[in-house]
Write a protein that binds this ligand. Structure first.
Ligand code: SAM
Length: 353
C-alpha cells in the first residue's frame, strides 16, 4: 500500500512559530528519538516483515529521485536535534543496502546526538569499520534464529546465519559494542530457539532482546495466536538460568531489562503487544521519502520533503515539525484489538523499523 501523506500545509496556513518551550505532544510526551529510514529496499524477505508474495519483482520501490539525499536527511536531523532529539537511529528497509551510508553517518555524528543503526547484519562485516570511523556509536542486529535452516526460511533469501554472526563479531571487534541482538519471536516458527539464543549470547557482553511479533503493516497476516508473550519468554529462560528484573536505563526505554542471577549479563524483552508502552513513547519516524510518522502503526504521514524542496527556511521546517509533534495523540498499541489489527497500516519496511 502506498501511504497517505498529508501535505504539511493542508490548511494553507504555516504552523505558528514554535516558541522554544519544552516540546511535548498532546499526551505530554517529549520528543527524544528520531528513526530515519534511509531506504525502503531490503535484501531479505523476512516472512513477518516483507513477505515475498507482496514484495516481489512487481513491487515498485521508491525511485532515487523520491528519496531524501544525505544532505536533506542531515539538515532535518539537525533541526530535530535543535528541538530536543537526543537519539538518532538509522534503519530501513536494510540501511546498509544504501550506498556509502558511512558518509551520512559522518554528517549525523557531528550533531552530537547518540547515533545508532539497526541492520539485518548481512553486510555488516564489510561495513563495520567505516561506520565506526565515521562516528557510529552502536548497532542493533536482527537475528531470529541460530539454526541455519530456520534462519534461512525466516529471511526467505536463503541467507546463512554464519554471515550475520560474523557481522556481529566484526562490529564488536571495531568497537560498535555492546551489540544488541533482536529476535522477533513467532509461535511455531522460531519459539523453540529462544533458549538457545539466550545461551549463545549469555556472558558475551552483547544484549539479546526478544520482540513480540507485531501487527505492523497489512501484509504479514498477523494473528494474536502467533504472539509469544514476553512473560513466557522470561519464564522459559529463567527455568534454565534464573533471572531478576532490573531498572530501565532511562525513562521511556522500550525493552524491559532482566539480569542473569549467575552474573552472565542481561537480556531484554520488548512487549509492544502484551504490555504496550505508548505512554512513554518519545519516537518520531522519518520515512525514506521524507514523510513524518508519529507512530509505528500510523496510517498516514506528513510530507516534509515538499517543504525542503521548495526552499523552506530552517525556522519554517522547525515550526512544522513542532506542530506535528504537539498534535500527536497516537497510542495504537494501548487500544489494539483484533479489529484495529486489520486496519490498513504503513509497512514497516517503508516507515522504518
Ligand atoms: N533491515 C533492518 C533489520 O533487519 O534490522 C532494519 C529494518 S527492520 C524493519 C527493523 C526491525 O523490525 C527488525 O528487528 C525486524 O525484525 C523488526 N520487525 C519487522 N517486522 C516485525 C513484526 N511484524 N513484529 C516485530 N518486529 C518486526
Amino acid at each position: 500500500m502506498m501511504p497517505k501523506v498529508f501535505p504539511i500545509h493542508a490548511a494553507r496556513r504555516p504552523a505558528p512559530p514554535f516558541d522554544g518551550a519544552r516540546l511535548v505532544d498532546a499526551l505530554a510526551r517529549p520528543m527524544r528519538d528520531l528513526r530515519i529510514s534511509v531506504t525502503d529496499r531490503c535484501n531479505f524477505r523476512c516472512v513477518y516483515c516483507m513477505p515475498r508474495e507482496t514484495f516481489d519483482a512487481s513491487h515498485s520501490f521508491l525511485p532515487h529521485s523520491a528519496i531524501l539525499s544525505f544532505e536533506e536527511v542531515a539538515r532535518l536531523a539537525r533541526i530535530f536535534v535543535g528541538l530536543g532529539v537526543t537519539k538518532l537511529r538509522l534503519t530501513g528497509g536494510e540501511p546498509l543496502v544504501r550506498r556509502d551510508l558511512h558518509r551520512l553517518v559522518g554528517m549525523l555524528s557531528a550533531l552530537g546526538a547518540e547515533l545508532t543503526l539497526t541492520t539485518n547484519g548481512s553486510l555488516l562485516a564489510r561495513n563495520a569499520r567505516a561506520l565506526k570511523d565515521a562516528g557510529l556509536a552502536r548497532v542493533t542486529v536482527s537475528l531470529d534464529s541460530l539454526d541455519d535452516a530456520t534462519f534461512r526460511a525466516m529471511n526467505d533469501a536463503d541467507f546463512p546465519v554464519a554471515k550475520v554472526i560474523e557481522g556481529i563479531e566484526t562490529a564488536a571487534a571495531v568497537g560498535l559494542a555492546p551489540v544488541k541482538i533482536n529476535m522477533v519471536v513467532k509461535r511455531g516458527v522460531n519459539d523453540a530457539h529462544i533458549v538457545p539464543m539466550a545461551e549463545r549470547w549469555r556472558g558475551s557482553g552483547h544484549i539479546v532482546r526478544f520482540i513480540e511479533y507485531m501487527d505492523v503493516g497489512s501484509t504479514n497476516g498477523w494473528r494474536m495466536d502467533d504472539v509469544i508473550p514476553s512473560s513466557e519468554v522470561v519464564r522459559r529462560i529463567s527455568q534454565r538460568w534464573p533471572l531478576a528484573p532490573i531498572e530501565a536505563n532511562y525513562a521511556g526505554e522500550v525493552a524491559e531489562r532482566w539480569r542473569y542471577l549467575d552474573g552472565a549479563g542481561e537480556l531484554g524483552v520488548i512487549s509492544s503487544v502484551t504490555q504496550a508502552f505508548c505512554s512513554g513513547c518519545t519516537r518520531m519516524r522519518l520515512s525514506t521519502e521524507g514523510s513524518l510518522f508519529t507512530c509505528l502503526f500510523a496510517q498516514s504521514g506528513h510530507d516534509l520533503k515538499s517543504l525542503l524542496r521548495r526552499g523552506a527556511s530552517d525556522d519554517e521546517i522547525r515550526n512544522e515539525i513542532a506542530a506535528v509533534w504537539q498534535r500527536r495523540d497516537d497510542r495504537y498499541s494501548e487500544i489494539r484489538t483484533a479489529e484495529t489489527a486489520k486496519q490498513q497500516k504503513i509497512e514497516m519496511s517503508y516507515i522504518g523499523g
